[in-house]
Design a protein around this ligand. Structure first.
Ligand code: SAH
Length: 236
């Protein structure tokens, strides 16, 4: 069931809540996020010339894998999500790690209305493919961003290859993530994402693909955004 009014799919929230306790198990359901996190942190650091001292908003932060990494790198981080169980895990883990992150249970749209143009960096990683109306989240993310700020979005492209690798391989063969984690029709092609970011008044700076090869592990490739990809944008 989707409640489009507040732009959340309760089944998605239940799915992430049910496995929230294992968020920080680097061999568990979130293993791929743990593995890609250093790469995406590097990309974000490059795009912002370092995150030290930046005010950052992490939309759809879940258990806080990226939020904590940004905080450890010196950003002042607020993480928002609608899965309470994930936020509880995130808060406990931050205490254990000794990092300060402000975690809040609130939608992106509501948060952005309350905090317009307050963040130097807004991140929204692996989240848009789980919401009924991704364009509304992009718009909210842009509203929270200061003029001159940087936004980083990552999601999954929609094509045969992303179905084979992102769903068939990841959920049924290698079983890195639980079955049903992703729905292929919710994946977003780069052209569709750029239409959303354009409409939100953002300018694309660069785009890169995130890939996996068994003998190489995860790596970034600017020339191939077939499956998972990251986009950096700025707000003029
Ligand atoms: N961004 C994190 C977690 C990705 S998992 C990372 O990359 O490490 C997707 C997250 O999106 C989950 O925590 C889920 O609870 C959250 N989510 C799904 N729908 C949402 C919505 N409508 N609003 C806010 N968060 C949502």
């Amino acid at each position: 069931m989707q409640t489009k009014a507040n732009n959340v799919d309760p089944q998605e929230i239940e799915k992430f809540s049910a496995i929230a306790s294992r968020w920080w198990d680097s061999e568990g359901e979130f293993k791929p996020l743990h593995l890609i996190n250093p790469l995406r942190l590097d990309f974000i650091q490059q795009q912002c010339d370092g995150v030290y001292g930046l005010r950052a908003l992490d939309i759809g932060c879940g258990g806080g894998i990226l939020s904590e990494a940004l905080a450890k790198a010196g950003a002042d981080v607020t993480g928002i999500d609608l899965a309470d169980a994930a936020l509880q895990v995130a808060r406990l883990h931050a205490l254990e790690s000794g990092v300060k992150v402000d975690y809040q249970l609130i939608s992106a749209e509501q948060f952005a209305t309350q905090h317009p143009e307050q963040f130097d960096l807004v991140t929204c990683l692996e989240m848009l493919e789980h919401v009924p109306d991704p364009a509304a989240v992009v718009k909210a993310a842009a509203q929270a961003l200061k003029p001159g700020g940087t936004m980083i979005i990552s999601t999954l492209n929609r094509n045969l290859k992303s179905w084979l690798l992102g769903i068939v391989a990841a959920e049924y063969i290698v079983r890195w993530v639980p079955k049903g984690t992703h729905q292929h029709d919710k994946f977003i092609q780069p052209s569709e994402l750029l239409r959303m970011t354009d409409a939100a008044g953002l300018q694309a700076v660069t785009m890169t693909g995130l890939h996996y090869l068994p003998w190489r592990g995860f790596y970034l490739d600017n020339h191939n955004v077939d499956v998972n990809y990251l986009v950096s944008l700025c707000k003029p």
